[in-house]
Design a protein around this ligand. Structure first.
Ligand SMILES: Cc1cc2nc3c(=O)[nH]c(=O)nc-3n(C[C@H](O)[C@H](O)[C@H](O)COP(=O)(O)O)c2cc1C
Ligand code: SF4
Length: 451
């Protein structure tokens, strides 16, 4: 298995970015099927049957999320597509929107129909400026051809889609911060409850879904939820886009079915094509910068020696203590030359910069973690700093308004858990660490993790 293509089946077809080629290759069939043959509730039912889980990071079941949407009489409802994609290492939504924009528009029409939304938004990260133009053109083409606007397919269903550009803040990917920003305010996360399903955009019931999640609705409706659920394994149904980067021969965006092993993904020519210059694998961050780093010995095999697979269950392996997460599918590979201390410091800087500052554990804690990591990286660390770092990350996790606090804490916790000896080496060999900027020689001697 491993090579089923549902979202990227036609991405190499010439002109697929434009309506004509997209339509010729089966585009908008799911809108025809949904509007002609299914009621809105039946569309939701198909999505439930498919087992689709949100592709934005948390993996929440999409059909269930849709069925939570409040439907008070006379109050509008909204679908908001989360195209903020600011998580370091994640660039799969960009690929979809840049090369197959109509797939997102098509999925949005079906999803909006299911939810009873008549105005839907794409909230896109500000840096994707050129993709805004691509999306605007696709929306105009869809409208010219009768897929948007009034009385779509003569079925009495009306829909408009609007694109809203963000201003470059990572926190605006968090769904309630996104809603605040969409409403023209500073993107501060809201306290939940109420959840967006009850009180979202303009105080109205709202579903926020990731770009890839909404694109996946097209194959689900075309093939039927039950057929979709047969692809993949367990609760990891369907296909997943993975953006792969770091020390690999073939960085890029790949569609996998979730029976693919991690080893196959890293080393096969179909995907990452192995590690350049014959270097060994040291570690990987499999789901975007927020998820825990995993050393090579736990990445390819579980602690029990079983094969690890590219899916939600296998990657998480019983929780954060021993495992990691599928997250948003931003797969970052580190070879033997990479320094975990430096890497963790870089991430800590990012989260400190992106904290919105509303809650003190996140606002202060991310700053402290960055300062301590900088101190260690630049040769001024003390062994007790490791315990201090551990203590700070523990006090952030679970104690904040939004999950950015957790996202800042987990990389630090995992780096210490799996690479404590490298931290100690940095501290006890400051001159060596300064000169070479990584503790690998020591690390390779001390552990058997390198593959
Ligand atoms: C700090 C932070 C940033 C996030 N960034 C994104 C993002 O860029 N794209 C995204 O789809 N979800 C992002 N999320 C998750 C969203 O809050 C939300 O769970 C997601 O859009 C729901 O869509 P899904 O159910 O289709 O995954 C982020 C969450 C946090 C806490
Ligand atoms: S956890 Fe951080 S980013 Fe989230 S609301 Fe609190 S301060 Fe803001």
């Amino acid at each position: 298995m491993g090579s089923i293509k549902l979202l990227l089946a036609n991405d190499k077809v010439e002109g697929i970015r434009y309506y004509e080629a997209y339509r010729k290759n089966g585009g908008y069939a799911s809108v025809e099927k949904a509007l002609n043959n299914l009621t809105p509730d039946e569309v939701t039912e198909e999505v439930k049957k498919s087992g689709l889980r949100g592709r934005g990071g948390a993996g929440f079941p999409t059909g269930m999320k849709w069925s939570f949407l409040a439907k008070p009489e006379g109050v509008p409802r909204y679908l908001v597509v989360n195209a903020d994609e600011s998580e370091p290492g994640t660039f799969k939504d960009r690929y979809l929107m840049e090369f197959i924009p109509h797939l997102l528009i098509e999925g949005m029409i079906v999803a909006s129909y299911a939810l009873g939304a008549h105005a839907s938004y794409i909230y896109i990260r500000g840096e994707y400026a050129w993709i805004v133009d691509i999306l605007e053109q696709a929306i105009a083409e869809a409208k010219q051809n009768g897929w948007l606007g009034k009385n779509i397919l003569g079925k009495g269903y009306d829909l408009e889609i609007y694109v809203q550009r963000g201003a470059g803040a990572y926190i605006c990917g968090e769904e309630t911060a996104l809603i605040e920003s969409l409403e023209g305010k500073r993107g501060n996360p809201r306290i939940k409850p109420p959840f967006p399903a009850v009180k979202g955009v303009w105080g109205c019931p709202t579903v926020v879904n990731n770009v890839e999640t909404i694109a996946a609705v097209c194959p689900i409706i075309n093939m039927g939820g039950e057929e979709y659920a047969k692809i993949g394994v367990g609760r990891s149904t369907g296909t997943k886009l993975i953006s792969a980067c770091g020390n690999i021969n073939k960085p890029g965006v790949y569609e996998i079915d979730m029976t693919c092993s991690v080893e196959e993904f890293i080393y096969s020519d179909e995907y990452c094509g192995g590690i350049p210059n014959g270097k060994r694998l040291k570690a990987c961050i499999p789901g975007g910068s927020s998820v825990p780093i995993v050393p090579a010995n736990l990445l390819l095999k579980t602690a029990k020696g079983e094969t690890r697979y590219m899916n939600y269950e296998s990657l998480s392996d019983g929780g954060f203590e021993t495992g990691t997460m599928m997250g948003s599918g931003g797969f970052i590979v580190l070879d033997e030359d990479q320094c975990v201390v430096r890497h963790t410091m870089t991430l800590a800087h990012f989260y400190n910069h992106e904290s919105c500052g509303q809650c003190s554990p996140c606002r202060e804690g991310t700053g402290w973690m960055y300062k301590i990591l900088k101190k260690i990286e630049y040769g001024q660390g003390e062994l007790k700093d490791i315990e201090l770092l551990w203590d700070i990350q523990r006090r952030i996790e679970g104690n904040t308004i939004c999950p950015l606090g957790d996202a800042a804490a987990w990389p630090v916790a995992a780096a210490i858990r799996h690479f404590r000896d490298e931290f100690e080496w940095h501290i006890t060999n400051p001159e060596e660490a300064q000169k070479r900027n990584f503790g690998l020689a020591h690390y390779a001697d001390a552990r058997e993790a390198l593959v």
